[in-house]
Design a protein around this ligand. Sequence first.
Ligand code: XBP
Ligand code: MG
Length: 257
Amino acid sequence: MSKLKAFIFDVDGTLADTEKDGHRVAFNRAFAEADLGWHWSVDEYGELLSVTGGKERIHHFLSLRQPEFLKQQQQAGTLYDLIKKLHARKTHFYTELLAEGAIPLRTGVKRLLDEMREQGFRLAIATTTTPANVTSLLESTLGKESIDWFEVIAAGDIVPKKKPAADIYDYALEQMNLKAEDCIAFEDSSNGIQSSLGANLKTVITQNHYTEEHDFMGAAVVLDHLGEPDDACLCIAGDIGNASFMSVDVLKKIFDT
Ligand code: XBP
Ligand code: MG
């Protein structure tokens, strides 16, 4: 019989609401610094989030909104370098924002991580974002030592195919030498759940501003956030019984059903 052993977390949108006031702002700073005249509004960024990965997102934006510029850069053989440089600057601005404490963790995340650790569960991260972004977020919210709470931080270009492909979860499971049936994943988006379900992981969703309209078919449970004893979560799909916040006990019940 399979036993619950580990939890695997997505980062962007799941641990923290990083997209609107973090990644988006950092992309815009990189574009402004390079004098490109591009600016991603909150709504436009929501649409661009359909493509995961910052470099991939810039490419997607160019193909939609700047096809002539894209063609010129391709013909000149400079596209790859341009995107790489812009993305490196974006990572710089993003980690700078995090170091300033601009992005807090989502409701219930710290409490639940503490509870999981106290009970000896194994933890990992499976994300599309650049590794430096993960360590900066953990450092600025939970302290430097929290990086070691996660035995695997599977991030960014470590696998060639980003979410919605299952590769990043498959990679994390392989590194932990665990089977999908021993773990639960935490996600916030449609691309994220496609990836976790693709790796056969039971998945808990905490939706957010950008993902509340997403299709979460196949999720074990969909919540508005993880909740706190004094800040109840809303259960949008699935069943958490009488609980008003997510806990290891509730996760064990979800795992066994
Ligand atoms: C997160 C993302 C990331 C960030 C940017 O998706 O799509 O691309 O927006 O990260 P998920 P980088 O939460 O599903 O992993 O710019 O570092 O690529
Ligand atoms: Mg996410």
